[in-house]
Write a protein that binds this ligand. Structure first.
Ligand SMILES: Cc1cc2nc3c(=O)[nH]c(=O)nc-3n(C[C@H](O)[C@H](O)[C@H](O)COP(=O)(O)O)c2cc1C
Length: 212
């Protein structure tokens, strides 16, 4: 085994190790509005659902490289405390990738990537019409992760409204995995589809409830 002390890793080295080992990652395609109403859309794969009740989604925004200090998504979340997390599928993967391009804050990434803004029900940022599942969210809390190695900001978001396209809804509050065609992020330029499925059934409880 090769071992790495986290304290010795540069940002690049840590990114390469974590992003190619923690795979596949779902992708939050996050739409936000700036304080003056400008639309923003960007992907975040350090993302997951973190609680069922209350329904909670978490994604993390790293520090921007280059000339900018903060990413637009971070600035917009701090200003408005709202976002929509749109699920990325094979059909929208290329558009999602375009929205990861470093662009001036005033550029509308919906237009840049050729996707359609659709009015949300509860929050102000629009959703991506082409995404089959959209989570309208309010920022519950942001948590700054910062030490001498670097900085990231965790966005802990309360889900306030969930949209599911009829085409992927299996009824009974379930999504059909055969129809969703969601994509996952691997390390570097690699992505995966979710077409190769297998099933396992949970074993019955081995605790004798009468003995408890
Ligand atoms: C699939 C994918 C996943 C990404 N995941 C993250 C992430 O988890 N955290 C992050 O800070 N940046 C991530 N990025 C990079 C951002 O999308 C990129 O910095 C983007 O320009 C930020 O846009 P903004 O300034 O409009 O917020 C990811 C990019 C791609 C293509």
């Amino acid at each position: 085994m090769i071992g790495f002390a986290a304290g010795d890793l540069s940002k690049d080295e840590s990114y390469k190790l974590l992003s190619s080992a923690i795979v596949p990652r779902p992708i939050a395609w996050v739409s936000t509005l700036s304080a003056d109403g400008g639309r923003n859309l960007a992907p975040f794969s350090f993302f997951n659902g973190m609680a069922v009740m209350p329904p909670t989604i978490v994604f993390s925004v790293g520090y921007a490289d280059g000339n900018r200090l903060e990413k637009d998504t971070y600035n917009n979340m701090m200003a408005t405390r709202e976002c929509v997390v749109n699920i990325v599928t094979e059909a929208t993967a290329e558009a999602m990738n375009k929205t990861a391009t470093e662009l001036p804050a005033e550029i509308d990434e919906f237009a840049f990537a050729g996707v359609t803004p659709l009015a949300s029900v509860v929050v102000s940022p629009p959703r991506v019409q082409e995404s089959p599942i959209q989570f309208e969210c309010k920022l519950h809390q942001s948590v700054r992760l910062e030490n001498e190695l670097g900085r990231s900001d965790l966005m802990i978001c309360s889900v306030v409204y969930i949209h599911v396209d009829d085409a992927v809804y299996a009824g009974d509050y379930k999504i059909d995995p055969q129809k969703l065609h969601v994509v996952g992020r691997l390390g570097g330029p690699h992505y995966t589809t979710t077409r190769d499925l297998f099933q396992m059934t949970r074993l019955p409880s081995q605790v004798n409830k009468q003995e408890k």
